[in-house]
Write a protein that binds this ligand. Structure first.
Ligand code: CTP
Ligand code: CA
Length: 223
């Protein structure tokens, strides 16, 4: 349990953090998901709260438990995450660490799909709302600082730089999650912080250390 710095540098700042995967239903018993553990988003929310921020933590079904001392909003789908984030505004900053599913299944069944001798089921998909982009491009009530993530397997800097421009967020925390790195599902992370001032490579360190360093940067930016 973190000691809360009631007088920490983020005292009086409200920050929305998204984390974890989303689950997109197929029918009442099946869903589509991804391998996000929620570890990095959870560590960031914990670090922000430890510096005195009022944190709204909007999370999908993660492997790691949510931190103490934050307001936890549990959601399943990308659409629910979008609505929870909108409901949490206004905020001074938004940190969008969730691995949001890009698509949901169209025409989900309210009954369990059954095997059939008539053949295999076909799933059709529709695009989910882009939470980071929607919040970044708000004309009214945009958080002063919007931070996105870019988990890539190749051409990390190029993809992440393009992503920052496309979304309209202020910062992107980029990382290489290709299988050899052990970052996906691991305890360490090696990130590049992309801001208006360029790209900064941080050394590989624990996810908690990445969170602490990012929280300090956020405090400096909001001061
Ligand atoms: N994100 C989001 N809502 C979505 C998709 C992504 O808020 N529907 C956010 C993620 O939380 C992350 C950033 O956008 O902060 C980048 O996510 P990513 O999946 O890398 O970007 P996409 O635009 O979905 O591009 P890609 O085709 O590479 O998946
Ligand atoms: Ca995506």
């Amino acid at each position: 349990v973190e000691a809360h710095l009631a007088d920490g540098p983020l005292k009086g700042k409200r920050i929305v953090v998204t984390s974890g995967p989303t689950h997109e239903p197929i029918d009442p018993v099946r869903y589509i998901a991804n391998r996000s553990s929620g570890a990095q988003g959870t560590a960031i929310a914990r670090a922000l709260a430890a510096m005195g921020a009022e944190v709204v933590f909007v999370t999908g079904p993660a492997e790691v438990p949510p931190p103490e001392g934050v307001k936890v909003v549990l959601i399943q789908t990308a659409q629910e995450m979008m609505e929870a984030v909108e409901a949490a505004l206004p905020a001074d900053a938004g940190v969008f660490a969730a691995a949001v599913a890009d698509w949901h299944v169209e025409g989900t069944s309210d009954r369990k799909l059954k095997k059939s001798k008539d053949g295999l089921p076909t799933l059709s998909f529709a695009e989910n709302p882009d939470i980071l982009k929607t919040i970044s491009q708000r004309t009214e009530g945009r958080p002063a600082l919007v931070v996105g993530f870019a988990a890539e397997t190749n051409d990390v800097l190029a993809h992440a730089t393009a992503k920052r421009a496309r979304k309209g967020c202020d910062w992107i925390v980029a990382n290489d999650v290709s299988p050899g790195t052990g970052i996906m599902g691991g305890t360490e992370n090696a990130v590049t912080l992309i801001t208006d001032d360029g790209a900064e490579d941080w050394p590989r360190m624990g996810k908690d250390a990445v969170a602490a360093r990012l929280a300090k940067r956020i405090a400096a930016a909001l001061a």
